[in-house]
Each structure stands twice: as structure tokens, then as C-alpha cells.
Design a protein around this ligand. Sequence first.
Ligand code: LLP
Length: 455
Amino acid sequence: MAQIAHNPDARPDYKSTLDLGAVLPQTAEVKGGHLWIGGVDTVTLAREFGTALYVMDEEHIRTQLRNYLEWTRYHWKDVDVVYAGKAFISIAMCKLVEEEGCYLDVSSGGELAVAQAAGFPASRILAHGNNKTLRELVEAIDAGVGRIVVDSLEELARINGLALERGLRQPILIRVTPGVVADTHQYIQTGSEDSKFGFGLRDGLALAAIQEALALPGVELKGLHMHIGSQIFALHSYAKAIEVIVHFMDEIREKTGFTVSELDTGGGLGIAYGVPDEPSTIKEFGKVIVDDIKEHCEQHALPVPRILVEPGRSIVANAGVSLYIVGTIKAIPNIRTYVAVDGGMTDNIRPALYGAHYEPIIANKADQPRDTVVTIAGKHCESGDVLVVDTPLQAAEVGDTLCIFATGAYCQTMSSNYNKQVRPGVVFVRDGRARLVVRRESYDDLLRCEVSECL
Ligand code: LLP
């Protein structure tokens, strides 16, 4: 973003904080003019733990996981919910996922290491990645992960070899790209034919992978995986992909005699970043996924498989907020006013990367109307380091606590040390209690990997 275009349509928004509705954490309240989450005053949290700071509503996360379990199992007994750790992972998060009886998707050796540090049961872990390194495969197999989701023929051969060396058979799913273009940002579409992920159905690529897997003694093929993209609002993309994949399950049975006993339909359900966003609900998602699988299986006289769903964003995004302190306010006449905070693209790359939209408020003026229009700038050495362009906000003053909503997914996990910025801490709040689950980095952390002998 070389220049940020002036938006003449930007208008103040006289609505109150609580009118932000589904954008907010479920336990958000306004008390004494302050924003409270999980029964804790966010203004106090910012002071106590330092800013920038991620705050996550634990009850919200648990409710979302329970909603997925409830509304998928409502339609079919054999469903498991696999939380996608790439959205947000930490030891505390893994423990919470385990306590709620869910599974965990890890997409790297590093995520697996966090899960192991949390003591997460390996049998409930699915290992993902389009180019898992040999080391990551060894780690996953030695950890005893429940499933490896296979993404290429090379990987299939490597898993087979490693498993045979260890005298075991590794359970796997084969990732298939159903050729469906989901209605979302191009960068986060994954199910189309031109994709680095999985095996396409055209030209028999996926079928060849299935045949290969069935012939290898070191792998135990359980079924298929698909993931069509992320931040998806319209469920018809899922319906289409399910139709295609169940048809493929029929073809597999016909051509190989193998019956798919597990189908993982991936994640991707969208969330509300702003008031106009109207994502489908978990209840609607559960119905479409499960009913469509059942219906198509019936049509093809296939047994209904065990179903896995793999949500990430819709579990944690709205649970989380980012807190900052306003450091400077720069009014450029007839152009815009920049309100600069003590964080930015290092703790939330999504506006710069995807043009993502966020809703900010001033947490210590949460009961006041958002009757000015400003641009929230980060503190980094890039003009594109802007968190929200031309947004309604309460009248800002230096020292205010600024809160940006819906930052619980893909912000902390995509954070960086650009400009040698230390990464923020993460605090979980619940029932009036705050607990630090990831501490803020220090300068020592920044220097930890420096090799001093080079001096
Ligand atoms: N399963 C697989 C195999 C995935 O690749 C993903 C996300 C998920 C599940 C979870 O999808 P979700 O429910 O969170 O949409 N950094 C981007 C999102 C990338 C998503 C990558 N895969 C963003 O910030 O929007």
C-alpha cells in the first residue's frame, strides 16, 4: 500500500460499543465507561500486562467448541471436531481443546511441539502440511499422531518407509482438492484445481494416490480430507465440494474396492469482523456438512463415514481482542487524522496482507459514541502499517487504551519481530480472573538466537 486513499464516505458511527454485536467476545460488557471481558476490566489489563496485548475470552472459546460438537453431532453420531491450531495455539489453548473433548490439527513440527508440551493426546492429533519435512514426518510418526494428512506422492513414500522402519502402519487421510472455488479472498482459497495443496480429481491424480496408498504396507488409509478455504460465508461452496467428494468416494469403491470410512471436510467458516458481516452460524454449518454427506452417501449407497470438521478462526477470532495505548495523534488537515498505537503490523499483519477490516473502540471510553473518523496507524517503518483506515472512533487522546476486536485468530500466530518489536503477551480471562498464558517477549528473547562468537 504505497498511499492510503482518502475515503470521502467515511462517517462517524454513533452506535455504542455493544452494538458491535457478534464482532465482540461473548462476555463483553461496558461497566463504568470501560470495556470488560470475562469479568475483567481491559483498561486495567493493559496497564498490568503492558501493551500491545492480546486478551482472549476463555468462555467464548469453550462455547464455540461446544457449539461445533453439539451442532455436528446433532445430525450424525460419529463426528469429531478438530481445532485448527494455526489460528491460535499455545499450551493453554491445547489444554482447553483437550478438556472440551476435541481433536487438534497441527501444521508443522513446531505446532506439534507445542501440543506435546501441553501433553495433548497424540492419538487426537492430525498432522498437516503440503511439504512436511522428513524431520517433521519422523516427529509426527514417533509422537504417534492419530492421522497424517498426506499431500503428495513423495510424502506417501516417505511415510511408508519411516513406518516400515519402525514396524508400524501409520493411519493416514489423503487430501483431495475438490475443484471448488470458495467465495473468499484469493489468498485463502485452497480447494480449486490450481492449488499447491492436495491431489486434484482431474486426470486421476487423487485416484492414483489412493491406489498407491492402498498398495503400501506402511500406511493405513482411513479416508479423505478436503479444505476449500477460509473466512467462507456462503455454505453452498461446502455443499458443492461434498457432492464432488462423495461422488469420488463412490468412484474409489468402484475402482479399488476400498470404502472410505473417514471424511474430514476441513475448516473455513467465516466470522464477523464488522457489523455488516453476516457469516453462517455453526448450527447451519453443521447441518449442511453432515446432512449433505448423509444424503449423497445414501444416493450412492455408501456407508456414512466418520466425519471430521476442522475449524480454526470461528473458534477463536471473536474471542480475542488486541489492546494498545495511543501514543501520538497527528491531524493532517483535509486528509485524515492518524491515531498511532504501540503495535501494528507485527501483531496484526492481516490489514496489510489481505486488506482485512477491523472495528476499534477506545476501551476507557467504551460508553461514548464513536463520533470521530480517524485512521489507526501502527508504529513500524512502513506506510502500509495501518490497522484500520478511516474508522469511526470515540474522540481519542494520548494515553487512551485502544481495543481492536476479532483479533483472536491469525494475529498472534502470524506475528513477527519486524523492527525488532517484541511480540505481545496473551492473557486468558474468565469469571473475573486473568491469567497470563503467553508472556510478552523481552529484548533477551530477541537476542536469544544471536551467535555472539561471530564478533
Ligand atoms: N484445515 C486446514 C487444512 C487449513 O489449512 C485451515 C486453514 C483450517 C483447517 C482452518 O481454517 P479456518 O476455520 O481457520 O478458516 N492466514 C489466513 C487464514 C489462512 C487459513 C489457512 N488454513 C487469514 O488470516 O485469514
